[in-house]
Design a protein around this ligand. Structure first.
Ligand code: SAH
Length: 354
C-alpha cells in the first residue's frame, strides 16, 4: 500500500518527453537525463533504483520527489487454455482496473481499461454494474500496456481500448494516451495497430476521425433496431442507430477506413435469422465488418451467450448477404476475462462472476 505522502509524488509516467525535459531542467539536471528516464519508463521499469545509468544521487532525489508507477498489481490470472493473462491493478486513491494480455502468433495484444467503472449501463456488461468511479489518466492507461508488456515473452504489437470504460467519455486522456503510444521516443507504436471501441457517442466519432484517422474504430452495435438497442444499450436513447451509422459512414468517407461493428450474440434476444437480416439491411453497402462474439455470461445480468452452432449460422447469413463477418474465439473464458468480471468479483464481494 502506498502512504498518503507517496500519493503526493508527481508520477513521471504521465509526462511527455518535452514535459520531462522541462522538469529535469527545473531541477538543475541536463536534458539528456529526461531521455534516459523516458526510455526506462517505456521498458516498464517501476522504480528509480532500476535506472542504472542515472547517478545515484539523482535516483535518490527522484525516489523522494516523484514516482514512475501508480498501479499496484493485485492479481494475475493466466488461462490454462490459451495463455491469456489477466491483471487486476489497484489505483491510487482506491478502486481497481483490469488489463488483458492476449497471445497471438504475430505478437501480443493488450486490452486496456479507460475508466474505473463505466456510466453507460449496458444491460449485459459487468463493467457498468457498479457505475463510474473515475476516469483514468493517460499515464494509467499507458502503465497498463507497460506492465502487461513487461510480463510478455514477445513484444506488444497491438493495443485495444476495449476493457472497462467508455473511451469516448474520457476523450482528453484517451488522446494523450494514443499520442504517447505512437511517440517514436516511447513505444513507437503505429496508429494502425491500435483499436478504440465505443458504444456510440456520436459527436466524439467525428472528432476522433479528425484527430486519429489511422487508429481503428470499433463500434458496439449489438442490435439491428432502435427499440432493442435502447433496451440493451441505454446510450441508444441519445444517439439512435440512424445517427450512429451516419457518423460511421462519415468517418469512412473522411478516413477511407472501414468500421468494425461489434455484435455480442445474446441467446433469444438478438440472435435470430431475422436479426441477421435486419443487420444486413443496415450495413450492406457500407465499408464495414462485423465482429461476432457469443456473449460472455455475467451472472448478475441473467443473459446467456448463443451456442456456437447458431452463432456460426448467424455469421454465414451475414457473409452470404455480402457483409463480412468473423466469429471471434473466446479467449480466457476460464479466467473471467470478459469485461469487468474480475474487478466486480474484487470490489463487490459476494456478487460472484462466471
Ligand atoms: N465502452 C466501449 C469499450 C468497452 S467494452 C464499448 O462499448 O465499445 C468492449 C466490448 O465488449 C463492447 O463491444 C462491449 O459491448 C462488449 N461486452 C461487454 N460485456 C460483454 C460480455 N459480457 N460478453 C461479450 N461482450 C461484452
Amino acid at each position: 500500500m502506498q502512504t498518503g505522502k507517496e500519493k503526493m509524488k508527481r508520477n513521471l509516467t504521465e509526462q511527455t518527453l518535452p514535459e520531462l525535459e522541462e522538469l529535469l531542467a527545473s531541477m538543475g539536471e541536463p536534458r539528456f537525463r529526461a531521455a534516459q528516464i523516458y526510455r526506462w519508463i517505456h521498458r516498464g521499469v517501476q522504480r528509480f533504483d532500476e535506472m542504472s545509468d542515472l547517478p545515484r544521487a539523482l535516483r535518490e532525489r527522484l525516489e523522494k520527489e516523484a514516482s514512475v508507477s501508480s498501479l499496484t498489481l493485485l492479481k494475475v490470472l493466466t488461462s490454462a487454455r490459451d495463455g491469456t493473462r489477466k491483471f487486476l491493478f489497484g489505483l491510487e486513491g482506491g478502486g481497481s482496473v483490469e488489463t488483458v494480455l492476449m497471445a497471438y502468433r504475430h505478437g501480443h495484444s493488450v486490452c486496456i481499461s479507460s475508466q474505473a467503472g463505466c456510466r453507460m449501463g449496458c444491460a449485459f456488461c459487468a463493467s457498468g454494474i457498479l457505475g463510474l468511479r473515475r476516469d483514468l489518466t493517460a499515464g494509467e492507461m499507458l502503465e497498463q500496456v507497460l506492465q502487461a508488456g513487461r510480463s510478455a515473452e514477445k513484444r506488444v504489437s497491438h493495443v485495444v481500448v476495449m476493457g472497462t470504460g467508455e473511451p469516448f467519455d474520457n476523450y482528453d486522456s484517451l488522446s494523450r494516451f494514443l499520442r504517447r503510444l505512437h511517440d517514436p521516443q516511447g513505444l513507437n507504436m503505429s496508429y494502425r495497430s491500435i483499436t478504440v471501441s465505443t458504444c456510440g457517442l456520436v459527436p466524439v466519432i467525428a472528432r476522433f476521425a479528425g484527430d486519429f484517422p489511422q487508429v481503428n474504430l470499433a463500434v458496439s452495435l449489438h442490435a439491428p433496431e432502435d427499440e432493442l438497442r435502447s433496451r440493451i444499450l441505454p446510450v441508444n436513447r441519445s444517439y439512435p442507430i440512424g445517427a450512429l451509422l451516419e457518423a460511421c459512414r462519415d468517418y469512412s468517407r473522411r478516413t477511407g477506413r472501414r468500421v468494425t461493428f461489434e455484435y455480442a450474440l445474446i441467446r433469444g434476444i438478438n440472435d435470430s435469422p431475422d436479426h441477421a437480416d435486419r443487420l444486413l439491411r443496415l450495413l450492406r453497402g457500407s465499408l464495414s465488418h462485423v465482429n461476432l462474439i457469443a456473449l460472455n455470461p455475467v451472472r448478475e445480468t441473467g443473459m446467456e451467450g448463443t451456442a456456437r452452432k447458431e452463432a456460426e449460422r448467424f455469421r454465414e447469413r451475414l457473409e452470404k448477404g455480402g457483409v463480412p463477418a468473423t466469429l471471434r474465439r473466446e479467449l480466457g473464458s476460464d479466467i473471467a476475462a470478459a469485461c469487468g468480471q474480475l474487478r466486480l468479483g474484487e470490489e463487490a464481494p459476494g456478487s460472484g462472476f462466471a
